[in-house]
Structure formats: C-alpha cells, structure tokens
Design a protein around this ligand. Structure first.
Ligand SMILES: [Zn+2]
Length: 155
C-alpha cells in the first residue's frame, strides 16, 4: 500500500556506518551478535529482519536527542555487513506491519499521543496520528521491548 501523507525515515547510513566502525574497533557499547531467530533482530537501516546466521550490531541510539524531557537513548540493531538503506519510503515496511506501537511527537520532541496497531492497518493508525496538527513526527517502536524501529515524517 502506498502512503499518501507520510514517508518512512530509516536510520541514516552514516549512523549505521559509524556503528560498524565502532564495533570493529571493539567499543564496549557495540556488541556483535549472530541472529538466531527470524524475527528477533530488526535492522533499522534496511528495515528487514536479520535472518538466522546474519551478524548484527547492537548499540545505543538516541531516538529523541539529548536535552528534552522525552530524551531517550535505547538499543537498536543494524546489520554488521553493509546493507542497502530502505528506499521505498512511501511504502510501509512489510516486515514490521505487526508488533509496533506508534508514538506521535510535536516539534519540541514532546510525546503528544501513542497508539498500538491492534487489528488495523498501520497506515490508518499513522494517518490518524498525523490528523493532529501538533504531530510533527511519529516513531514506530517494538510493542514488546519498546525499542525504536524507524521514524515517520509528514510528506
Ligand atoms: Zn540491514
């Protein structure tokens, strides 16, 4: 399904590359892990599940930057090997249609709303959050572990 009024914002390639360099140099907060299940290791750069046997880097990412009440740094995965940044930014990533919660933030990084995808299409939930004129952007996160998955911007 094509989205009309929003676009998907995958992790920036520079951040994925920096994580790969940090992991290669042995940074203690960058762990290299081999995926051992098909739906446990979402790569924030290509927006696909890493498959069993693929290596991923686990590292802390500031999804909401420092200096705000909702500032937040949390663990995310990226593929350890270079992968292609998710390019279909006008299509909701197929691998993450379920198990996500959407948090809406205003332009001051304050959370203004949140909604779990529960038997509905994620596009409908996002469009509803964007109907609020205060919503500046939306984050998709894991509904179980809370980890940041990707951003959603107004088109
Ligand atoms: Zn990847």
């Amino acid at each position: 399904m094509k989205t009309s009024n929003f676009r998907i914002v995958p992790l920036a390639t520079e951040i994925a590359e920096a994580a790969r360099h940090a992991a290669a140099s042995g940074a203690s907060d960058h762990a290299i892990i081999t995926a051992d299940s098909p739906r446990g290791y979402p790569c924030r750069h290509c927006l696909r599940w890493a498959q069993p046997g693929e290596r991923v880097i686990l590292f802390p990412y500031a999804a909401i930057p420092h200096g705000h009440p909702y500032s937040e740094t949390g663990p995310i995965f990226v593929h350890a090997e270079p992968c292609e940044r998710y390019a279909a930014t006008h299509e909701f990533p197929a691998d993450f249609r379920g198990g996500r919660v959407f948090r809406a933030y205003n332009s001051s990084y304050n959370m203004v709303d949140a909604e779990v995808v529960n038997g509905t299409e994620p596009e409908a939930v996002i469009e509803k959050l964007l109907e609020n004129p205060e919503t500046a952007f939306v984050h998709a996160r894991s509904v179980t572990r809370g980890c940041y998955t990707f951003g959603i911007a107004r088109s």
